[in-house]
Design a protein around this ligand. Sequence first.
Ligand code: PGA
Length: 260
Amino acid sequence: MQIVILDTPQQVANYGADRFADQLKHKPDSVLGLATGSTPIALYSALTARVQRGELSFANARTFNLDEYLGLAGSHPQSYRYFMNEHLFQHLDIALANTAVPDGATDNPLAACDAYEAAIQVAGGIDLQLLGIGRNGHIGFNEPSSSLASRTRVKTLTPDTVKANQRFFADGEFQPHLSITMGIGTIMEARQILLLATGQSKSAAVRAMVEGPLAARCPASILQMHPKATLVLDRAAASQLEDVAFYQYIEQENQRLPGV
Ligand code: PGA
């Protein structure tokens, strides 16, 4: 794992935008895995600004989002399809037909999960997968105890995740407790992974991911097994890491090496 520790959340977003820009420059028809939540919003703003300045184009890219609430149609303001359209897709030069989010309104979730897996394969697999991390170590909606080999499927959200996301729903509004999520095995097949984490509330999960054992209890710990995973953290998210000086030393040394 490459561990990059930066001072501020904005620097984390800019670093992420640089990685997306490099990927699209190198392969304009990249298949990109995208994420929702508070963390990627600043990254999506940075990407939007670059596209609008004409520095970056998503015209030939395809995207697959990690997850969606089961029971919400894409027109629902709390659905992840709606979030993606609002925060990213409508500002980019990408056709919505080339953006995929699991269908939360499907009447056949099992078939929808299999079709989602198949569509990723047909697209050639994911080149760069963006991830956040939940306070409980989840990636996508792969909650603790998820099989580390899981594929896209229906998952029950933990009470902690439901509570963490409650802020987006109005009082009394229906809030789904089920989701469709890419599996951990699906995520691990991405050629490169870019996980962003900011804020003190993520520091325990970040420590478990980086320095804890590989365990289904912390789904993000599987990234220890990925050959090309970059974790981009702000100081608050990195604050419980024990070996932070070593990670910074590695980064300094890497910067001296051409092509790393
Ligand atoms: P957040 O969510 O960015 O809103 O903290 C991340 C996640 O739960 O994966």
